[in-house]
Design a protein around this ligand. Structure first.
Ligand SMILES: [Zn+2]
Length: 235
C-alpha cells in the first residue's frame, strides 16, 4: 500500500519516492506519495514527478483497489525508478482552505438549523453543498456565512488524528454525510476544529481557521421542495 504522506502532513509539498508499478505506460503507483487521490468530496492533486532532468506532469490521481494511481502525461517511468514529487501547491492550498471552510460552515448550519447535508463537493474555486432544510430563506444562509466569517478571523486550531472506530462513533455528529461512511478500518481519522466541530474525514485541511480567509455566497439553487444547492467561494 502506498504510504499517504498527506494524511499526516498536509503542508508537505515535495517528497522522494520509488515507482512500484506502471500500467499502460502512464498510470504510476509509488511507495509513498504527497498527491491526494480524488475522494470524499475533495478533488485530486496535480503537480509533477521528476526523474533526473525529465518531468512527468501528474494530471489525475485516483484510488483503485486500494492503490493510489498517478496518471502522468507521457510514458517513460518504469518500475524501481527513483523519483521526486512536487505538488501544485497553489491548487492544493486552495482546496485545503475550502475543505476546512466547508466543515465549519456545515457544522454551524447543521447545529443551528438541524439541516442535513446530503452532498458536498469541493472545486478549485468554489464549494458546493446540498442540504435539506424545511424552513429556508437566504437570510438563514447569510447568518451562517457571517458566523463562519467571524470564526475565520479567530486563532482556532484545526487538528487531525486517529481514534478507535468504536470511540469515534460515540461522538455526536461525527459523520455528517451518508456517503462519508468510513471504510472498514479499526481506526477513524478525525478532523477537529477545536471547540467547534469534529468530523470523520480523510481530506487535507489548514492548521488554523485564520488561514481560510473569508467566504461568500456565490449562488443558490432549488433541488426539490426542501433541498437546496449552495455554492460558496473563498475570497
Ligand atoms: Zn471533509
Amino acid at each position: 500500500m502506498t504510504e499517504a504522506l498527506y494524511l499526516k502532513d498536509s503542508y508537505r509539498r515535495e517528497c522522494d519516492a520509488t515507482v512500484v508499478s506502471v500500467k499502460n505506460r502512464k498510470y504510476v503507483v509509488l511507495d509513498q506519495t504527497i498527491f491526494y487521490p480524488k475522494g470524499g468530496g475533495q478533488p485530486w492533486d496535480t503537480g509533477k514527478i521528476m526523474k533526473g532532468n525529465k518531468t512527468y506532469n501528474v494530471v489525475y490521481v485516483g484510488k483503485f483497489s486500494g492503490e493510489t494511481s498517478h496518471e502522468v502525461d507521457r510514458a517513460g517511468l518504469t518500475e524501481a525508478d527513483n523519483v521526486h514529487c512536487v505538488l501544485d501547491w497553489e491548487r492544493r492550498y486552495k482546496l485545503m482552505r475550502s475543505h476546512t471552510a466547508a466543515h465549519l460552515f456545515a457544522s454551524l448550519l447543521c447545529t443551528g438549523t438541524g439541516a442535513l447535508v446530503t452532498g458536498n463537493q469541493l472545486e478549485e474555486d468554489k464549494v458546493r453543498f446540498d442540504f435539506s432544510l424545511e424552513k429556508y430563506d437566504r437570510e438563514i444562509l447569510k447568518k451562517y456565512i457571517d458566523k463562519a466569517n467571524e470564526l475565520f478571523t479567530k486563532d482556532i486550531t484545526v487538528k487531525w488524528y486517529e481514534l478507535p472506530k468504536k470511540e469515534a462513533l460515540r461522538i455526536p455528529g461525527i459523520i455528517k454525510m451518508a456517503e462519508a461512511l468510513p471504510p472498514n478500518l479499526p481506526n477513524l481519522r478525525i478532523v477537529e476544529i477545536v471547540g467547534v466541530d469534529k468530523q470523520a474525514d480523510g481530506g487535507t485541511h489548514v492548521k488554523n481557521l485564520r488561514e481560510v480567509g473569508q467566504i461568500k455566497l456565490l449562488k443558490t439553487e432549488n433541488k426539490g421542495k426542501h433541498n437546496r444547492r449552495v455554492y460558496l467561494k473563498l475570497l
